[in-house]
Ligand binder design. Structure first.
Ligand code: SAH
Length: 479
């Protein structure tokens, strides 16, 4: 069985640095029941195709207490394991491409977070659930699929299709993400595993699925199949994933609005909640900039989109979020089902990640990221910066994030405690300003900062906003 990975993003041989395998050599690694060989079909500036070939020893499988069927005595010798992509392929990926899978690249560390236009071919992949299931697994992660089915036996077409597929996947994605998707999803397709699963597998699954599994619409099936339907282990994994996701959707109200709402009721009514202030501030920037086509990145449950759609000045409003669940809530909140066809042509919700280049968010004149950046691990911000400022490149970008200095004003303040458990960091005004200014100079934007919320003379406001304006060619020339 074969897995090929192709990069056509020049210089294409960047792929070989990431995979940490020399293009001119054949390299082999030992697996528990055979070997995996890595070599290149082509490796030049234009195209680089790495091949992972598995050579599984069927007799060794039996000796090492491999798959034992109950159906007939020969099953342990006559089975598809040596010829298909299964959990052996995941084991081979983990062993042969361990540095890439763990997001390391000694020689060119800047490549780790770079999305490439990658194409993967898997031949052959057994799939319980057919093409529909394959699409449900890969499409939410942004892949386009080309699926070829195979007859059970070409000599007897009446027997129908087999459960084996040749699959070609394409995506703009980092190599680490690609490998972690394959690592988890190949055995999920197959619905079998060559070893007994233990607690350790739960950790592996959560680790490999860190950035994507909690928001995947098929999360439950993935977890159950990956853990070989062992209910106690699956529940353990799902508990972690569900709680993570719930925090994501609750976070807005937990965002210490309470501090403002705490006054007497009539006074509180006069105060616009801090989160609404952020949304209104972002909308006003887009209006003043004369934006027509706007995209709300990390739109969450669609609060800002609702405000934007109420403004006729905006011709088209796109919302993107990584969380499927939030998008479903957004759909309800916006009451899209009541929209006429004409109204619907003005709005769209898409699932996607800000850490990958995405053509669907290109061609907009305004973009907002309201309380989003602090939800990404800091090393992933470089990928976000490129997605937004290098590729999508809207003329106006609004970013808001908490002002960490304000935290000492909270009654239950503790040093180092963040406002929400899903926040990966919270920045002081200085930290935010230096991050944003570096981006502005790197990608030819001007940037200005303003507080959001009532300003405390010592620590500033609750939230902070940066407004980026793409420089015109003339401005760039003069600067
Ligand atoms: N902007 C919204 C929601 C903010 S909460 C509002 O102000 O109302 C942060 C949102 O960022 C969550 O909905 C979360 O799912 C989303 N998010 C986190 N990481 C993301 C990523 N890598 N790509 C896209 N969205 C992401």
């Amino acid at each position: 069985m074969l897995l090929t990975i192709t990069n056509r993003h020049k210089p294409a041989t960047d792929l070989s640095f990431l995979l940490h395998k020399h293009p001119a050599k054949i390299q082999s690694v030992e697996l528990s029941n055979g070997k995996a060989h890595v070599f290149y079909e082509r490796a030049d500036d234009e195209e680089c195709t790495a091949v992972l070939l598995l050579d599984i020893d069927p007799v060794g499988l039996v000796r090492n207490d491999g798959p034992k069927g109950n159906d007939f005595a020969l099953e342990q010798y006559v089975n598809d394991r040596p010829y298909v992509a299964s959990s052996f392929m995941s084991a081979a990926i983990a062993k042969a491409f361990s540095t890439a899978l763990n997001g390391r690249c000694k020689d060119k560390p800047e490549l780790v977070d770079r999305p490439f236009s990658l194409e993967v071919k898997l031949a052959v992949l057994p799939v319980k659930g057919g093409e529909d299931f394959l699409r449900k697994l890969f499409e939410p992660l942004g892949y386009t699929l080309n699926v070829t089915t195979h007859l059970l036996d070409p000599a007897f077409p009446d027997w129908g299709q087999s459960r084996y597929y040749t699959l070609i996947l394409k995506n703009e994605i980092t190599v680490q993400q690609l490998l972690s998707h394959l690592y988890v999803l190949i055995p999920v397709c197959d619905n079998d595993k060559h070893y007994w699963v233990t607690e350790h597998e739960v950790e592996k699954l959560l680790e490999k699925g860190k950035d994507w599994l909690d928001t995947h619409p098929e999360k439950k099936t993935i977890v159950r199949r990956y853990l070989k339907h062992q209910r106690s282990l699956a529940n353990k994994a799902l508990e972690v994933l569900v709680s993570k996701n719930e925090e994501d959707t609750e976070l807005l109200d937990a965002d210490f609005d309470a501090g403002l709402d705490a006054g007497p009721a009539d006074e509180a009514e006069k105060v616009i909640r801090i989160h609404d202030q952020r949304l209104i501030a972002a909308k006003d920037v887009l209006l003043h900039a004369g934006c027509k086509r706007v995209v709300d990145l990390g739109c969450g449950e669609g609060r800002l989109m609702k405000l934007l759609l109420a403004e006729r000045a905006f011709d088209y409003v796109l919302g993107m979020d990584i969380s499927y669940r939030s998008l479903e809530i957004a759909k309800e909140r916006l009451k899209l089902e009541r929209f006429s066809e004409k109204q619907l042509s003005r709005v769209r919700l898409i699932q996607g990640s800000l850490t990958y280049r995405d053509k669907r968010i290109e061609g907009f004149d305004g973009a907002t990221l309201v309380e989003v950046i602090e939800h990404l691990d800091q090393p992933r911000l470089t990928a976000l910066e490129r997605t937004v400022f290098e590729f999508a490149k809207p003329a106006t970008v609004v970013i808001t994030t908490p002002n960490a200095e304000y935290n000492i004003r909270f009654p239950d303040y503790k040093e180092g405690k963040m406002r929400h458990s899903d926040h990966r960091f919270e920045w002081t005004r200085k930290e935010f300003e230096s991050w944003a200014s570096a981006i502005a100079s790197k990608y030819s934007y001007d940037v200005s900062f303003s507080p959001v919320g009532e300003v405390d003379v010592e620590v500033g406001a609750l939230s902070q906003m940066a407004v980026f304006k793409l420089k015109t060619e003339k401005e760039e020339f003069l600067s």
